[in-house]
Design a protein around this ligand. Structure first.
Ligand code: GLA
Length: 386
């Protein structure tokens, strides 16, 4: 059942509103948004929808998860550790930002792709914020929406993420790649140059879904914070609590004071930031082949320096990088489970789909039922709330 059908069956009436938000992929800038680095991303033509009608409380169903979520607008909001927490986080964040919410909604949320790597958490949060805003006559600019959605995930859910997901899902444009310097949030949509070789975005889902709050995501951010603290202590100068504030030369001077694992995370940061800057230039020149190579290098660094991934994702990456017609590949999103993305030459789609599936399932036959391949095109982001 899609969200409209489920809405009808649960609430015995059709929904008054329906909104859609795209998923995103991040080709370069993995795990450096929380350290204020540069990122590249695309919104894709697949996403999530919310059907809803006004109500005095919030009552929700999902086409993907079981159970009913119910809470009051004026109750003290605490996590229940289920999928409904994203709706609570949206309400909490709006209130915490000073907005008065008196109307809630009956709703059904629908995701069209498996959870993990495509930023469904930021996506659903944006949809819930939008529903509250529309029903309570609140208008938000694109940047306000990004901030409120980011605060919801950071403070209420507790994932110490940067603004990559929210920014891509809101700001991306069809036929463009979004480049952001997350240090000052300056964003640029770069139109795919005419002379660029055609490409599509392949999403190869490993069969393992996940939620990032239960992964090593926050541990990595702590390791990087530790690096900042040690460098400040050893140098006798406080640079700040994000690696971007520490120039590479200063890092290099104090690198030996850091434990091996922390050093590797820093190597990932500095090299990935450089790749995102260089990649942006290559993309502007329309050099998709070289851009793709950087994406694959980024995947390598995520595995060996950042130590993200799982045996399944690492295998998928290894298979994809050696497959004809793949310009570049890496984990999508945080990449602890979930999926790999690949920039592919559309001429080879069928071959890529068949080869990768055969090789991957030979290694992990237990994921036969859940493994999927989806080819996507770029899409418009959500925009602001009007
Ligand atoms: C998740 C986070 C983002 C970003 C990516 C990794 O999607 O929510 O902020 O850090 O992982 O690049």
């Amino acid at each position: 059942m899609n969200c409209e059908e489920l809405f009808l069956s649960k609430f015995n009436t059709a929904p008054e509103f329906k909104s859609f938000v795209p998923y995103r992929v991040c080709t370069l800038g993995a795990h450096i948004d929380h350290q204020l680095g540069h990122i590249n991303g695309f919104a894709i033509d697949k996403g999530m929808s919310l059907c809803y009608s006004p109500s005095d409380c919030v009552k929700l169903y999902s086409t993907n998860f079981d159970g009913e979520i119910r809470f009051n607008i004026d109750e003290e909001l605490n996590k229940s550790f289920n999928w409904g927490d994203y709706a609570k986080s949206a309400l909490w964040s709006l209130k915490d930002s000073g907005y008065k919410i008196t109307t809630g909604f009956n709703g059904v949320i629908e995701g069209t792709m498996p959870v993990g790597g495509l930023s469904s958490s930021a996506g659903v949060t944006i949809l819930y914020i939008n529903a509250f805003c529309r029903l309570n006559n609140i208008t938000l600019s694109e940047n306000e929406l990004i901030e409120i959605a980011h605060k919801a995930e950071n403070k209420f859910i507790g994932l110490k993420c940067g603004k990559l997901d929210q920014s891509c899902e809101v700001l991306c444009k069809k036929d463009n790649m979004l480049h952001i310097d997350t240090l000052d949030s300056s964003a640029e949509n770069i139109t795919i140059p005419q002379k660029a070789r055609p490409f599509e975005i392949g999403v190869f889902f490993s069969g393992l879904e996940h939620s990032l709050v239960n992964s090593n995501y926050n541990l990595r951010t702590e390791e990087l914070k530790y690096a900042c603290d040690i460098i400040s202590e050893k140098s006798g100068k406080y640079y700040g609590d994000k690696l971007r504030y520490i120039p590479y030369e200063i890092y290099a001077e104090y690198e030996s004071a850091l434990p091996e694992n922390v050093k590797k995370r820093c190597v990932h940061f500095y090299s990935e930031n450089q790749r995102a800057i260089e990649g942006t230039k290559l993309f502007k020149e329309g050099n998709i082949e070289k851009y793709g190579k950087l994406v694959t290098e980024s995947g390598y660094s995520s595995i060996y320096n950042y130590e993200a991934g799982s045996p399944e994702l690492i295998r998928l990456y290894e298979i994809l990088k050696d497959t004809k017609g793949v310009y570049g590949t890496r984990f999508s999103g945080a990449g602890f489970k979930g999926c790999c993305l690949a920039l592919v030459d559309p001429e080879y789609k069928k071959e890529i789909e068949d080869t990768v599936k055969e090789k991957y399932l030979a290694a992990f036959p237990e994921h036969k039922e859940k493994y999927t391949t989806t080819f996507c095109k770029t899409a418009d982001g959500f925009g602001g709330i009007i």
